[in-house]
Ligand binder design. Structure first.
Ligand SMILES: Nc1ncnc2c1ncn2[C@@H]1O[C@H](COP(=O)(O)OP(=O)(O)OP(=O)(O)O)[C@@H](O)[C@H]1O
Ligand SMILES: [Mg+2]
Length: 277
């Protein structure tokens, strides 16, 4: 059963140029979907459409049965789809972590006792329970972004969309955020949609869609998508670094076996070679 469906969706910001073009897509419940595409291909616009921040000019978005056609449904859609943006500094609103996490549920009218429970749950889910009384200003980029995720989790969304949410983080911060998101998807069965430029983050997804000029240009598992490296390149994208290194080594005659997508795959393939020597 899909949690989000988009049917023949068109959208333009200026009523002249469509940036989403007749796009149809189903996002399955519990899925980990990666959305990639070159700059300006429409990824963030799609994220905004999914959470009813903007509405289609024609076509329809449905979230958990609530249609974007119906004004009364917009609140229900926004409650179900939480978005984490790129810059953690723009998303934190309060001077104490727990107040920041409480902000969303307070606006939804959740009662005091339940807000307390939701803060506990959300901070624990992102591994920040010991920072409840801290000032967000004192946290690292990765920690701040985990608080932003906690703020979204406190709304108990069905779907969490990460729009380049690791782009401003250092490698450690990126790892922290990714592991929190993977855990939410695996253990809480939260549907995750990740919009990213980092091909090595795409590897974790169940399914990948590649956007090009507001349309779906490719769709498949990460393995299927990365196997079409020529097509990806034409769309202005690259395969993961480990895949490219493996390809270069193969071209130089190094006998690397199997498909290489992650650094771990590459390390294992190289170790297997070493054992043979
Ligand atoms: N608020 C806006 N007003 C007018 N045009 C916009 C607005 N936001 C985006 N656009 C245009 O819509 C198109 C799609 O933009 P969008 O931000 O969805 O792309 P993106 O794939 O997220 O790009 P990036 O990788 O740079 O984040 C682009 O041509 C962009 O210039
Ligand atoms: Mg974007």
């Amino acid at each position: 059963m899909p949690i989000i469906t988009a049917e023949n969706v068109n959208f333009s910001y200026d009523k002249k140029r469509n940036v989403i073009k007749n796009l149809s897509l189903c996002v399955n419940r519990g899925e980990y979907l990666a959305v990639i595409g070159h700059n300006g291909s429409g990824k963030s616009t799609l994220a905004r459409l999914f959470n009813a921040l903007i509405l289609p000019d024609s076509g329809k978005i449905t979230v958990d049965g609530f249609s974007s056609d119906d004004k009364k449904s917009l609140f229900e859609i926004r409650k179900r789809v939480g978005v984490v943006f790129q810059n953690p500094d723009n998303q934190l609103v309060a001077s104490i972590v727990e107040d920041d996490v409480a902000f969303g549920p307070e606006n939804l009218g959740v009662n005091r006792a339940e807000i307390g429970e939701r803060i506990d749950y959300a901070l624990k889910a992102v591994g920040m329970e010991n920072f409840r009384k801290s000032s967000p200003e004192r946290l690292s980029g990765g920690q701040k972004q985990r608080i932003a995720i906690a703020g979204v989790l406190a709304l108990k969304p069905e779907v969490i969309i990460l729009d380049e949410s690791t782009a401003m983080l250092d490698p450690k911060g990126r790892k922290e955020v990714l592991s929190v998101v993977k855990k939410l998807n695996e253990e809480e069965k939260t549907t995750v949609i990740t919009v990213t430029h980092y091909m090595d983050e795409v590897v974790f997804a169940d399914r990948v869609i590649v956007l090009n000029e507001g349309k779906i240009a490719m769709e498949g598992t990460p393995e299927e998508i990365f196997a079409s490296s020529d097509e990806l390149e034409k769309l202005g994208l690259e395969t993961p670094l480990a895949s490219r290194i493996a390809k270069k080594l193969k071209e130089k005659g190094v006998d690397i076996k199997g498909e290489i997508f992650t650094e771990k795959d590459l390390a294992e393939a190289l170790c297997a070679l070493k054992r043979k020597i």
